[in-house]
Ligand binder design. Structure first.
Ligand SMILES: Cc1cc2nc3c(=O)[nH]c(=O)nc-3n(C[C@H](O)[C@H](O)[C@H](O)COP(=O)(O)O)c2cc1C
Length: 297
């Protein structure tokens, strides 16, 4: 995919979606407006991968025929504008909305039974067999996204959701092959050319921010760079979750360590303005293949 410029759209959950997790017609218009400059890349809002891995009402899914068909209407509209869209695959894990999960008979799970909210008990640790099930669900959802005409998928590995809950020891206290060391917390398998991943190493959102994220995320990014995936999508320290960070980034909270490790295309978002975007791509890193992602603006 050849992008025409360096300003693209961050994934934004906006909820114009039916109670059955099917994208509604107005989404075609919403996304095609944002795709109107040919050669623009959009990342879709977080999209659920299976019936049992939901967690928020009115978020789209990509696990049944109706959802695939509705997804195709959106991707067709974007392709007609000459632009591209990746589908962000999202599993909330312990970030699920409790009342919703309960009403739907779903349990709340995570890498370890470390509650997000103090005093919470109804949270369980996934077994190794269940982890394999989640991997399989991601694979099926990625295939469904292709069937719906998406140009690729982005794993939502940011903002304290399930993948981040495995990456960071703020939540992952496992003693098996999926925890206990940097290498084990990085353990994962994804297919390359049409897959990207989004990470938020500095964010405190959803109870994240391990004490020193650099060794963990360096290991992960190093492994990802060997897989030849489409891109690495990073969120800088100016934003946390869906807002600006409460304090300005500290002197060590830069993305430099990641830029040094990653040779391929980079998407970088979080609290950018036109001016700071220009500064990043033209002044600080003119030799890097960077696209700046905008959410709220
Ligand atoms: C309403 C809203 C919904 C969001 N939904 C998602 C989402 O589904 N997936 C995701 O990775 N980030 C999501 N984010 C985070 C944004 O992608 C982005 O990282 C954040 O807004 C900071 O960037 P900005 O300063 O350009 O807005 C959301 C943010 C907002 C404000």
């Amino acid at each position: 995919m050849r992008l025409a410029h360096r300003v693209d759209m961050s994934p934004l959950t906006r909820l114009p979606v039916s109670n059955d997790h099917v994208r509604l017609g107005m989404m075609m218009e919403y996304y095609s407006q944002r795709a109107c400059v040919p050669g623009t890349l959009l990342i879709s809002e977080g999209t659920f991968i299976s019936e049992l891995d939901r967690g928020v009402p009115n978020v789209p899914g990509i696990y049944n025929e109706q959802q695939i068909e509705a997804g195709r209407q959106v991707t067709d509209a974007i392709h007609r504008k000459g632009s591209y869209i990746f589908c962000q695959l999202w599993v909330p894990g312990r970030g699920a909305i409790r009342g919703f999960a309960k009403a739907k008979g779903m349990s709340i799970y995570s890498s370890s039974a470390i509650p997000l909210h103090a005093g919470e008990v109804a949270l369980r640790e996934l077994t190794a067999e269940e982890i394999q099930g989640k991997i399989d669900n991601h694979i099926q959802a990625a295939k469904n996204a292709m069937a719906a005409g998406f140009d690729g998928i982005e794993l939502h590995g940011a903002n304290g959701y399930l993948i981040d809950q495995f990456t960071q020891d703020a939540c992952n206290r496992r003693g098996d092959i999926y925890g206990g060391s940097i290498e084990n917390r990085s353990r994962r398998a994804i297919g390359p050319q049409r897959a990207g991943i989004r990470l938020s190493q500095w964010s405190t959102y959803n109870g994240m921010r391990m004490r020193d994220p650099v060794p963990q995320f360096s290991d992960l990014i190093g492994r990802l760079s060997e897989l030849g995936i489409a891109y690495l999508h990073l969120i800088g320290a100016r934003a946390t979750g869906i807002e600006d960070a409460e304090r300005p980034p500290g002197p060590f909270e830069t993305l430099k360590f990641a830029y040094d490790l990653w040779k391929g295309p980079l998407l970088v978002g979080g609290g950018f303005t036109a001016e700071s975007a220009r500064q990043l791509v033209d002044v600080e890193f003119p030799d890097k293949n960077i696209v700046v992602m905008f959410g709220r603006s």
